[in-house]
Design a protein around this ligand. Sequence first.
Ligand SMILES: [Zn+2]
Length: 379
Amino acid sequence: MRRRARHGARLPAQRRGPGPREALHRDGHRGGATPGRGPRAQQEGGGAGSRGAGTDRTSSRIRGNVRRGGVGRTQGAVLPSAAGAGWCRIIQRSGAFEGRTYVSQLPELEVLRKDLERDVVGKRVKEVLVHAAKLGSRHVSESGFVKALAGQRISAVSRRGVHLLFELEEGHALVVRLGASGALSRETASEKAGPHTRLIATFTTGGSLHYVDPGEGGELAVLPMAEIATLPAVSSAGIDPLAETFTWRAFGEELVRRGGPLKRLLVDPTFVVGLGDLYSDEILWAAGLSGRRPAASLSSQEMRRLYRALLEVLHDAVKQRTADGLPPVEEEDFEESEQGDWLKVWARETQPCLRCRQPIHHDEIVEGLHAYQCRNCQT
Ligand SMILES: [Zn+2]
């Protein structure tokens, strides 16, 4: 059986030098990870010059996956979860973080959208197979959904918050909200459905699009474009920093109006869509602010710093994910990858802060919310 080059929104792997074993479990490694082999570990333990070598190896490994699978990076896709659309699947360690949690990850969703845009725009759907997919309330039957999609030409792939929209003819769109563990992949037309395949759409020009989700939470619907704004997750969505222009003043005013600790605000999809634990931690580190800080206590200079960090971290992540490819969904591919070496603070517990060299901590900073941060330079 050929190896699929499906990519998903798994969290970046721990790539650090010999460190606490529990950290490996947190990221879902099943004990098979090789500590210290990543570029980050080499950089810190091996001195100058090792970064480039490690990066090259990462790239070739990702390209290698593509070759083995016979498919391009664009075939991989990950999808968001129900509650505000989770992206990266994070396997947390014990205690309050036991089990798997899913968080919104806007950059991965945007990279996926661009990949799909290149791949399927202009194609006409030939046949549609649906199996055990959760269909939007508009569809009373699978046959109604199939009828609405079959024969339609895809004119664009856009995004509304965490929903991917395959724009169709006559003002309709196939709306896909990926389940937390969902993935979209481009396959050959003859590729058979697996046990968790929810949707197969073949194209008249060959090839097909598969939506696979071993979990629950994803949803599909064909809707008039005008109705999409009324979907609850869309109508309640906050700022989309990758799609909207907004000033630091407007951002700051909303921050103060809402109040509360910064960490809680940043992961609230009604304030900013698609930020999970990972990117909220990266943004706070870049801004030099603690996630515990009450929004109302920020000076205007600090608000500007947070605003800049928000935009820079997300745009940089899109660039990184575009260059590296989305993290693989398959466990074995994930363990081989060195995704996430470019992150500054996330999953770097006990490592020296890249700014002040003090150790990074992973604490519960607000009730129910943990964060990786530097206690010294994030104030
Ligand atoms: Zn620091």
